[in-house]
Design a protein around this ligand. Structure first.
Ligand SMILES: Nc1ncnc2c1ncn2[C@@H]1O[C@H](COP(=O)(O)OP(=O)(O)OP(=O)(O)O)[C@@H](O)[C@H]1O
Ligand SMILES: [Mg+2]
Length: 262
């Protein structure tokens, strides 16, 4: 995709924290329309907090976050709801409901936010499952499926309301390398064919190379971003030792993911 696309999200001088504790400060970056944007960083550096701030569910200590020019931090009432409905989200802990079929899971946002008929909701949810390659599994229960299939169903659910932008927090955590690669391929295809913008948090170096157009890296100790750019450029040209170490660790196990080295 073109590196020159317009910014869809503008993060400006944002600080994040809990109580008296500041986790990140001076975060300033753009997410461009249609790109896959990666948020990297060690465990506890504030990746999930940043993602929640970007979807308007966690208030920054200071700074502005604009979505298509509208401030999502200060938006209220109907304006805020209208903005939030433009986002699809898969949380780090976001599991499927085990007592529901994939179809029922994928239909949930429609049950909550749309006034379509039951048959129409099923059609939309089936279309989303089809887009992630799970049409044949629509009537199956989550426990009958592989971890990778469950993650893809989570993405289908996040797409139910046709969001222009999808936020995924550690989508490949806990998956084996081949399922993780399959999930990357799904994300890449959705990006290419549907033009969806992705913001994804990940620890997985292979995923970053495979799918991220650009990324930022948060550093917990520095309390701010220590790199921004195309993954290969960061790998080859960053002067920052933490950045270099991250990109050179190749097959080392990622902290907090429990994934085995290859
Ligand atoms: N609700 C909360 N209240 C207080 N502190 C919190 C809360 N949520 C997160 N934190 C702290 O903020 C810091 C950043 O947390 P966050 O979950 O954003 O990190 P992360 O980069 O997503 O980590 P991981 O890679 O382990 O998911 C951590 O030190 C965490 O303990
Ligand atoms: Mg996290």
């Amino acid at each position: 995709m073109s590196g020159q696309a317009a910014a869809v999200i503008e993060v400006r001088d944002v600080s994040l924290g809990y109580g008296d504790r500041v986790i990140q400060r001076n975060l300033t970056f753009d997410v461009r329309r249609g790109e896959v944007f990666g948020i990297l960083g060690g465990s506890g550096s504030g990746k999930s907090s940043l993602l929640k701030a970007m979807i308007g569910l966690f208030r920054p200590l200071s700074g502005r976050i604009l979505f298509e020019g509208e401030d999502i931090v200060t938006a209220q009432g109907e304006d805020r709801l209208r903005l939030l409905r433009r986002f699809g989200v898969m949380y780090q802990s976001g599991a499927l409901f085990g007592s529901m079929t994939l179809l029922e899971n994928a239909r949930l946002p429609l049950d909550e936010f749309s006034d379509l008929s039951a048959a129409e909701k099923d059609l939309v949810a089936l279309a989303k499952l089809n887009q992630v390659g799970l049409l044949a599994a629509a009537r199956r229960m989550p426990a009958e499926l592989s971890g990778g299939m469950q993650k893809r169903a989570g993405i289908a659910r996040a797409m139910a309301l046709d969001p222009g932008i999808l936020f995924l927090d550690e989508p490949s955590a806990g998956l084996d390398p081949s399922s993780s690669a399959g999930l990357d391929e799904t994300i890449r295809e959705l990006s290419r064919h549907l033009g969806i913008t992705f913001v994804l948090v990940t620890h997985e170096l292979q995923s970053i190379y495979a799918i991220a157009d650009r990324c930022i890296m948060l550093d917990g100790a520095a309390g701010t971003t220590i790199a921004e750019g195309r993954p290969a450029d960061l790998r080859d040209h960053s002067d920052n030792p933490t950045v270099r170490q991250f990109f050179l660790r190749q097959a080392a196990p990622a902290p907090g993911t429990g994934n085995a080295a290859r």
